[in-house]
Design a protein around this ligand. Sequence first.
Ligand SMILES: [Zn+2]
Length: 385
Amino acid sequence: MKNAAIDPAALAAELIRRPSVTPRDEGAIDIVAGYLEDLGFTCHRLVFGEGDQAIRNLYARIGRGQPNLCFAGHTDVVPPGAREAWSFDPFSASLRAGALYGRGAVDMKGAIAAFIAAAERWLVGRGADFAGSISFLITGDEEAAGLNGTRKVLEWLAARGEVLDACIVGEPTSAAALGDMVKIGRRGSLNAHLSVHGVQGHIAYPHRADNAAHRLVAMLHALTVAELDQGSEHFQPSTLQVSTIDIGNPAANVIPAEARAVFNIRFGDRWSGDGLKRWLAERLDSVGGRYTLDVAISGESFLVAPGIVSEALGEAIRRVTGRDPELSTTGGTSDARFIHSYCPVAEFGLVGQTMHKADERVDLADLAALTEIYRTFLDLFFAKS
Ligand SMILES: [Zn+2]
């Protein structure tokens, strides 16, 4: 084990300097593995996928006993966008006014660095001689399709009989201040493409035509006036939002034969994707006529009932920041949607205000506090289990 304590800011900067835009790795996984190997972790580098779409992943563990507490995260980042929008090169990890700038600073190279530093501090004097295990599941495929990332690593672990007993995901869940929000579930998401088929005709002879635009309007009205639910204990009300309506008819005197719309539903635990498909068919059939509906469910909703992970995390956050975190299910999806079928999971990390934006940055004070929260969490988790 290295003698000098790991500086989470220096480690985060080292990771930010690797331009690991999905599916590229650029050595980011090896940096994480290198630090963990120095701490005594056994590392498995796992490559899934073919050719230039191949994804590097890492599973690392220290300790042989249970419970096995896993930290899950991703080293891949979204593209930086236009260079001019940034104050610094997005992969230079520049410092200004106590903040570290760069793509991935909060989503989520900073949190990975914080948990590695926390593990080092917690392991001092313990080494591998403690009752449980700490593991890291780090993927390079979270920001894109997620086909060759966490899901495949979880299947690989299950095939080896490797059990995760609890998991914390380091996504930037804090909203305005570090520690104000922990996520214990996520809403589901459904995308739908609706095409209404009518009969084209002269606008002056509507009885000889079937106006697809009118029926599309009636269908979207039937969908948008309905209340899906009023929410539940841990979920906001489910919502349906129309994102586009396309008819593209250039002629003012022609009744359109075809009209299309795209909409999305974000749904809580009162719905499943299949239940929503049936509900949509009922509402659309009530308007009638010919239509096609293509539905893709990008994730079902899930909730992990408050338990040891969220409790220990909440207590660690209170001790370090004095804040009482809200247990929330808001926001988009994350890899927790795969992990929750294997073990209890909660998500907690940095303040997400600049994620996916130009000038993404993390306050160094937040990085130090997050490291202390994670270390305290390890104390509380292993004391309770
Ligand atoms: Zn992320």
